[in-house]
Design a protein around this ligand. Structure first.
Ligand code: NOJ
Ligand code: CA
Length: 699
């Protein structure tokens, strides 16, 4: 790791004179000041134009206020240029290059101290509040954070509604002034859980009339609630809105405390937003000493069967009110529609072994699912109690013999308090049975009922699960957890999260093709998503049973998603029999890596298209993925990322000329061409389509 640090400390008292720093390149200019009431303010310019005009900063607690009365006591600046090597990711080395400004504020009567720390990078900036130990109260009941982002025009916004509990929404493409109407168009997902007003979630994307893109999010959310944004649709202004508990308390803090970083990724080139590692850079380095057990992987699973409308169930029996711990499950009447049974799981293990797929997820393996709908008790799921038709010792040995890893599923039904109590036993049970990865889930209202999915208590819970999983050398893929903020840098066993509307919705109303053209600009800036690509049978009417859903995708596009939705854990979500119907297309899923040494974003526009090339971390092979929205498109793939003079063979998995996500999704072609660094390929993408290319050096 190379590190250059230049520190200049200005230890003098300053009087209301603005202090500024720039990004290393000079394109981004940050100014900080206090106004006449002692309210800290900041502004941001980009390439000579104002982007964020004077905006307030501050925190309010029951015990005291950190919102006004401040003077600037001193400032510290430092320039840092260093790099680090992620355990997995889009790049083998990440450069962390910024100028930092720490503004030390003081207030009197009562005496208070607050430091604002800003880091300005070439691709954006982050800042946080640092509360040192105070002369006054050091235990705070935080009611709110008044971080303002004051824009000056009716910019375009790509966002989802504010919600304390769920982020499984489609994105709106709107403007400040259009936001109220856009938010009204959402089916009220969970009435009590939605915030009132014009509130949106992060990560979101903004685009100015001048073509400047800004991703707004937060980094290193730890010990604090998630941040939503209240939007003033007339003054083009946004203010932080911390997720409260049901008493209206945002956070209980013990000082000293640093808040998460508030982040703006800024560029006038959309590709830079996708390439940015700013959120990861603002997280702490890896906290796990030995990471050799953390292994990126692909998996199949007993999962999609339950979504295809064929009445298959997670539950073993249709008998309700079976009370785990008290009910003898062998006495329940099996419903015969339970795919997590020994024979079926063996088939998945065979399929994985035959195709070089690392893991098999099994959902519905454990006691408790009968009780979901009628849950009233304190304990629902047991994480060490397999159903009678799931022969764990047999499957454990069978999987081991075949060189396949079983992946555990822990659906908690949002009973997080009970899960926390069972955690050590559950993780030990996993280890005893040769599991080293778990998918967690929190469907429903959080128990304890005073909490929300993204309130401080749940943020703490999620962090606790990850840390304890690391103690057991367990990798985690969490669903319905607080949206990611780059903590996977610190805890790389946190391979992925759902935390957005994933592929499962193709069976529940569908995801339009544009959805996967906006997620990489928004949700993915926090960390990888378990999107579950690989859907080959996209028209669900195939299964009969009254299903009419049509996934917003062609088959070829599903292959491209392995590139455009990078994650160190990728599912091949469809049923083995569907892969067996299209073995030549499935070959791409078998081949595609999940860990990269380099990534080049070639073309991008939010909600419209993405073309990306990535180099395999363990070979000289490159892979290219291109996707479009509902419109056909010709992607222009510039192969100048290849080393000069070297020849490669490209295998192209593409939409057939007459392919179309709605009418002809399974029409694809596979062809081979020779390419080198001078190749410029015009690649057809069908409406809702895509292309996936494997590029291998010619020996
Ligand atoms: C929601 C998750 O996103 C999905 O993947 C899972 O199968 C169900 N919950 C059941 O736990
Ligand atoms: Ca979900």
């Amino acid at each position: 790791m190379r590190t250059f640090i230049t520190a200049i400390s200005i230890g003098v008292a300053l009087q209301a004179s603005a202090i500024g720093i720039t990004s290393p390149s000079g394109d981004i200019v940050l100014n900080v000041d206090v106004d006449a009431s002692g309210v800290p303010i900041y502004s941001v310019d980009y390439k000579g134009k104002n982007l964020v005009s004077d905006s307030r900063l501050g925190l309010t607690a029951d015990e005291t206020s950190f919102a006004d009365g401040f003077r600037i006591e001193s400032v510290d600046t430092v320039t840092v240029d260093r790099s680090w090597e992620p355990v997995w990711g889009e790049y083998s080395t990440v450069r962390d290059h910024f100028k930092e400004l720490a503004v030390n504020l003081k207030a009197d009567n009562p005496e208070r101290a607050l430091t604002l720390r800003f880091r300005v990078f070439d691709d954006g900036l982050g800042f946080r509040y640092e509360l040192p130990v105070q002369k006054g109260p050091n235990y705070l009941t935080l009611r709110g954070e008044n971080t303002q982002f004051n824009y000056t025009d009716d910019h375009k916004l790509y966002c989802i509604p504010g919600d304390y509990d769920t982020d499984e929404y489609l994105f709106s493409e709107t403007t400040f002034s259009g936001l109220p109407e856009a938010l009204n168009s959402y089916r009220r997902h969970s009435e009590a859980q939605r915030t009132g007003g014009n509130t949106i979630q992060t990560p979101m994307l903004l685009k100015t009339g001048d073509g400047v893109y800004v991703n707004m999010h937060e980094a290193a959310l730890d010990g604090y609630p998630a941040m939503l944004l209240d939007v003033d649709t007339e003054n083009y202004d946004m203010t932080s809105h911390l997720v409260p508990d049901r008493l209206g308390v945002s956070a209980y803090l013990q000082l000293p405390f640093n808040t998460p970083w508030r982040t703006l990724i800024i560029s006038d080139d959309a590709r830079d937003i996708l390439a940015s590692q700013l959120v990861l850079n603002l997280n702490e380095p890896c906290a796990i000493e030995d990471t050799s057990w953390i292994k990126p992987m692909k998996f199949v699973g007993v999962w999609w069967e339950m979504f295809t409308g064929n009445q298959k169930t997670w539950a073993y029996s249709d008998d309700h009110l079976a009370r785990p711990g008290e009910t003898d499950y062998t006495k329940l009447t099996p419903n015969g529609r339970h795919p997590a049974n020994t024979d079926n799981v063996k088939k998945y293990i065979d399929f994985a072994a035959e195709n070089g797929i690392d893991g098999v997820l099994v959902e519905g393996w454990n006691e408790g699912w009968e009780d979901w709908a009628s849950y009233r008790k304190n304990r629902q799921f047991l994480f060490d109690a397999p159903y009678p038709d799931f022969d764990l010792p047999l499957l454990r040995d069978y999987a081991k013999e075949k060189g396949v890893k079983l992946i555990m599923h822990h659906e908690t039904a949002a009973n997080a308090a009970d899960y926390a109590l069972q955690l050590d036993r559950a993780f030990q049970f996993m280890k005893d049975n040769n599991y080293d990865a778990v998918k967690t889930g929190y469907v429903g209202a959080i128990i304890p009922r005073s909490e929300h999915h993204t309130s401080q208590w749940m943020v703490d819970h999620a962090r606790d699960v990850i840390e304890r999983a690391a103690d057991y050398q367990i990798m985690v893929d969490s669903h319905e957890a607080p949206r990611p903020t780059g903590l996977c840098r610190t805890y790389p066993n946190w391979l992925a999260q759902e935390s957005a509307r994933g592929g499962e919705f193709e069976s529940m109303g569908g995801n339009p093709p544009s959805h996967t053209c906006i997620l990489p600009f928004t949700r993915l800036k926090g960390g990888p998503m378990d999107y579950t690509p690989g859907l080959f049978q996209t028209d669900l009417s195939y299964y009969g049973e009254g299903k009419t859903d049509k996934a917003g995708t062609t088959l070829a596009r599903q292959l491209a998603l392995y590139l455009t939705m990078p994650s160190p854990i990728q599912m091949a979500c469809d049923l083995p029999e569907n892969y067996n119907r299209f073995p030549d297309a499935f070959q791409f899923i078998k081949d595609v890596p999940v860990d990269w040494s380099d990534s080049k974003y070639l073309e991008a526009e939010p909600n419209k298209y993405i073309t990306v090339a990535r180099r395999d971390k363990h070979s000289d092979d490159w892979y290219v993925g291109a996707i479009t929205d509902g419109n056909a498109r010709t992607a222009l793939i510039d192969f100048s990322f290849l080393p000069k003079g070297e020849k490669y063979e490209a295998t192209i998995y593409e939409d057939a000329p007459d392919a179309n996500w709605e009418t002809n999704p399974q029409a694809y072609r596979i062809r081979k061409v020779k390419v080198d660094s001078r190749t410029r390929l015009k690649q057809h993408l069908a409406p809702g389509g895509g292309a996936a290319i494997r590029v291998v050096p010619l020996k």
